[in-house]
Design a protein around this ligand. Sequence first.
Ligand SMILES: C[S@@+](CC[C@H](N)C(=O)[O-])C[C@H]1O[C@@H](n2cnc3c(N)ncnc32)[C@H](O)[C@@H]1O
Length: 262
Amino acid sequence: MPDKDHEINRIAWNEMVEVHFKHPGYRVKEFLDGQQMLQSIEIEEVGDVEGKSLLHLFCQFGLDTLSWARQGATVTGVDISDKSIEYANLLAEKVGIRATFIRSDVVDLIGKIDAAFDIVFQSYGTLCWISDLESWARVVAHYLKPGGLFYIVDLHPILSVVLEDEVSYFKRGPYRYKDSPDYCDKEYRIKNELVEWEHKLSDIINVLIEAGLTVEKVNEFDKTVDPGNEGWIKREGYYYPPDGPSRYPLMFSIRVRKPAQP
Ligand SMILES: C[S@@+](CC[C@H](N)C(=O)[O-])C[C@H]1O[C@@H](n2cnc3c(N)ncnc32)[C@H](O)[C@@H]1O
């Protein structure tokens, strides 16, 4: 049975993807001109992907998936939104990169891909769409080869508490939003309902450990990829507060590995 709230999000994401694909913030034109879409944090922390198989969860229209392919990986992208997958295939064809894109809820993925990967990757705006972290971690562990690497980088969960009065760090949700502004095109109001969850950092780490994975590195950053803060200073692809170093973490990353011997 598909998760009812995830289905609500699928419909909203089909709407949002149309907005994002055309919006200059997503830099589709620059991608088509050959530019790299990945940020320096993930490039450094994931390391060399040449010749490796990479599964990208929550891939939207595949800009990062295809950028990993440009770095030498053999790539598969997964997203719940039909429109995302349509555009991802279109982009792959336009730039002549061989990639596989699969439309699926991440938590329902097992059985839809018959392979294991050297790397499972996800970035920027992902776990807030997942009601059940245990199912997500099981999927991650399932699709890693023995010795394989899982890597996530994202906005820090403390940010929702800082930015939204109704959110508590310790209340998972669901939080339901109607008529909310799109994060990329601030002028656009999302017509469909969105359902989000808040997962604290310790929960994210603990479900990965419980799924049998070994934590290699956890990082918290005082810079963000989010351009949505007025007056923030952009330096080398990241945004910093205008009035000195941030007092709280803005992003986090986690690197875990599946043991080589089960
Ligand atoms: C903010 S984007 C993150 C991707 C990437 N950082 C980007 O900006 O292109 C979130 C993506 O997650 C997808 N998504 C939301 N819920 C999902 C789910 N349950 N399973 C798979 N994908 C999902 C959405 O369709 C959307 O493309």
